[in-house]
Write a protein that binds this ligand. Sequence first.
Ligand SMILES: [Zn+2]
Length: 151
Amino acid sequence: MPNYKTHLLFGFLFFIALYAIFPIANKGILFLSALCLFIGSLFPDIDHKNSKAFKTLRDLIIILFSIYIIVSLVNDVPLMLFMLFVWFLSADKIILFLKPKHRGITHTFTSSIIFLIVLSAIAFILNRNISPGLFGFVGYLSHIIIDKIKI
Ligand SMILES: [Zn+2]
């Protein structure tokens, strides 16, 4: 299995090739596009429990749900502490249970299209520009291609 460094390296090569074809003049859009391409090149491995993408998402879910428990139970501190205790004990098992199998749904062309649509929509709403979505899509495809040829 190629590790995240391999995916980032090939993501970088794809970025250079794509930038040569579609140069972006606006430095902010260029930075966002590069960021989206690198996120796209790592995102499919969100289905692997030892990947950086999975660990980052897992930690984000644990932090956000902890904040949700604290905010929603701020008037009942004993219940809040109990819920946080239960959440910290069970979070890993719940998240692993919900994780799709490795190289399943997140490693398909269909999921790369969904990634393209979601990123492009967010980028268009924020900047009236879909370049970050297109670059993210290319990063996502680079991941699937590298996994298929098993470098
Ligand atoms: Zn992969």
